[in-house]
Design a protein around this ligand. Structure first.
Ligand SMILES: [Zn+2]
Length: 110
């Protein structure tokens, strides 16, 4: 009886450790993927490209991303739209960075 409990505990521990490492690896690869940080922000020429990109993006588990909210960030001359996302399947949270510099610098007629 004691041995069975010990084995169950060890298995639970191994499983949660495995999950922890898988998640950490997913998070790292998301950060280095395009749009995962300001350094790899996706350049867009129009705002509707943001929606198109978000609709076509998938979580690493294959699930669709849901938008939770968005904000803006600036770094020197560059400005960014930052979108908070959540996977509909595994609920992994993430950020997608879009570089708006091309939009802001586009010549306007006013
Ligand atoms: Zn997912």
């Amino acid at each position: 009886m004691g041995a069975a409990i010990t084995i169950a505990l060890v298995l639970a521990l191994v499983f949660s450790a495995w999950r922890f490492f898988v998640r950490a690896r997913l998070r790292r690869s998301q950060q280095t993927a395009s749009g995962g940080s300001q350094a790899t922000a996706i350049e867009v020429d129009r705002y509707d490209e943001i929606d198109a990109e978000l609709a076509s993006r998938r979580c690493l588990c294959g699930g669709k991303l849901r938008t939770l909210g968005e904000g803006t960030a600036e770094q020197g001359e560059r400005s960014f739209r930052v979108v908070r996302t959540e996977c509909e399947r595994c609920e992994e949270l993430g950020w997608v960075y879009f570089d708006l510099s091309a939009i802001e610098q586009a010549p306007t007629l006013h």
